[in-house]
Structures are given as structure tokens and as C-alpha cells.
Design a protein around this ligand. Sequence first.
Ligand code: CA
Length: 298
Amino acid sequence: MKIVPRSKLIYSFSSQHKPVERVKPRELVLLETEDAFGGQVKNEETSLEEFDWSRVDGATGPVFVEDAELGDTLVAEILDIKVEEKGVIVTVPKNGILGRKRFNPSTKIVGIGSGYVHFDKNVRVKANPMIGTIGVAPESGEIPSSSLGKHGGNMDVKELTAGTKLYLPVFTEGALFAAGDLHAVQADGELCVSSVEVAGEVLLRFSLIKGKKPEWPILETHDWYAFLACGDTLDEAATFATDAAVDAFMRKYEWPFEKAYMFGSLAINLEINQVVDPKKGIRAVMSKDFMSLNSLLI
Ligand code: CA
């Protein structure tokens, strides 16, 4: 097994980064990850003004996956996610879906244990550890790890948990994969701009699908596939997600556009990933009753 320590952080996704580790398909990889604030929050008195913002939103990597080439699909199988026992939630004025309201910067530290996040006296939420940031080098340029796109990135999808698979398009040799920004639990939307931000580790295994790639990252759970699209607005993200999903139904059943579009009203669920990052995220969820992986890739 290869272990990548949490000192190996990148703050952008780019084909120019030097890999910190090389792995073969099927090899086990353990990424140790920092929390989204780079471990700078020590207690609830830590003020956001003291932050070194250049150390926020780091992802562990990049990892070079052997044999990955432009036009392939990198399959990241999430085998396990472990999180530490303390998580951090913050409010940041002007941020989050209610950023127009007047409110104070604040920091809350919560305990995580016995399968729960302990938010307040007698108020606990079942933990469901997930990966906020996960992706590969983009097609061109350098994209901050706080943002997101077709390469993945800061997607903040609550369903991206242990036992799922993520399919990412490969844009550069070796793919240059990185991940971090774990949340002990998050609801759809991530309304206040942060969730339960926590350090931890992710156990992964990669494989490749040669010569085919997804239009947007695809998440696979036990029951469904979803395109994870993003846009400058929720409307734009919803349009991109729907477009990709309707195209997939046209391929799957060899239907004309109109028929696949109609079927979309019956069988494609649009769900919100988050509404607070530089781009907004929507997933188009398709039951495995109707959709197969092969029709999702082009
Ligand atoms: Ca995030």
C-alpha cells in the first residue's frame, strides 16, 4: 500500500504539478488529508482574521496513476474514510446562501464519536463521512482547489462516501489525482459555507477505462449513477447536468432527443450538491434500473 502524508498538499489542480507518489491500477493508496482550514482552527476563539488563507482548501497529492492517458476514465473506488474526533464549522460574513444578511464570524468545534457529530446538548447528527474535494488535473490551466469543474475539485457532494466510485475524465498523463476536505457529515447545499470540516484519511483503489471518458464526473452508488455538474448559477448547473443525462439516455436506448427528454421527466432526479462554492453543483441521478455505465461514457 502507498501512503501519501498530509504534508503533501496542493492548492490548485494543474498538469504542471509534480507528482508526490506513483501508483499502479488496483494498488491500495491511503491519502492522509488536512481539514479545509489547514488545521489552523485550534479552538472556538480562533479568529478568521488570523487565518493564513493561502493554507485553506488544500488537497493531498497529486498522485500519478500509471497508464492513465488523455481520453481515459480514472475510476477512484472509495474503500474507506476515517475522520478525526474533532470537526470545525464556521460562519463567514458575506458567505453562504444567506450571505446578504448581517451576521458575525463565528467558529464552532464539534466532537465526533460513536457514529455521531455532537452539535449541541441533546442535538446530534449521524456521521456520514464524505470527501469534499477530489479530482484530477484539468484540461488546461490551473484551477484553485477551492473551485470545481469537469476535472472534479471542490464538489462537496454528500453522497461521495465510502463504498462509492467516482469516474473522472483523464486530461493529462498519469491523471494527477488529489483529494481532501473531508466532512464528518454534510447536508445537500452546505448552506452556511462550511460543513463539519475535519482531518482524516481516505483509502482508495484506482482503475482505468481506456479510450472513453465521462462528460462530467460520475458518481456510482449501490443503486444509482449521477453526473456531477456545476455552473455559475444553479440554473446553469441544472442545464449541464440534464443535458449530459438526456444524452446518456439517447445512447442507452437509441432514442431520439424528444423521447429521451420526456423520459428525463420520469427518471432523472436533479439534486443539489452545494450552493456556496465558486460554482454551484447539481447532480443528475439515474437509477441503475434504467442506466448502465457504458452509456454514460463517450
Ligand atoms: Ca468544500
